[in-house]
Design a protein around this ligand. Sequence first.
Ligand code: DX5
Ligand code: ZN
Length: 214
Amino acid sequence: MLVSPSLLAADFTDLRKDIEMLNGSEADFLHLDVMDGVFVPNISFGFPVLEPVAKICKKPLDVHLMIVEPEKWIGQVRDLGADIMNVHQEACLHLYSTVQHIHAAGMKAGVTLCPATPVSVLEDIIGEIDMVLLMSVEPGFGGQKFISRTLDKTRQLRDMIKRSASKALIEIDGGVNETTGRLLAEAGADILVAGSYVFNASDPRAAITTLKSL
Ligand code: DX5
Ligand code: ZN
């Protein structure tokens, strides 16, 4: 299993400590949750925080934009050195061209779905994208309860990917812990995002290793 710890649950008074912990861990990515207070009812952090974080982080950056009009920020996300740029399907009027612009900027394109958005909306774009990020909680806050319907959605998406010979990876975000992570592994997930489970653990590196082993 690939693991992408979410910075949202880190200690914001000492981000260097948590990023150094991640640099020395088995994490595969760093997941960065950007919120604008419009697409979601919360505001997290923006480029003034992302830029210094990107400078000291040695893991590939997995940027999750919970913002309206994410296409406006492709250049700035690219300048961070991000590996993956995730945009919400619900926030993109012209998803096909946004995906093309993300690729033209040299990044992998991820499309994110809120819990109430069916995976069928991806039928006509699944062959063009590198990742699908399924939200297993409503976006906007860490520490919420896993919505178990996500397990069925993961299986449906796995079928769609097989049928279409797409290379998209399946990433799941929200309420991930050892128990839900194991169920997601069985359902066909490739990458687990985890905030609280990692950063609230007494040994965050061991928590990452546990998820890696699923
Ligand atoms: C929620 C974010 C998540 C969040 C997950 O909007 O997209 O990445 O950090 O937090 P946990 O793992 O605590 O549910
Ligand atoms: Zn996220």
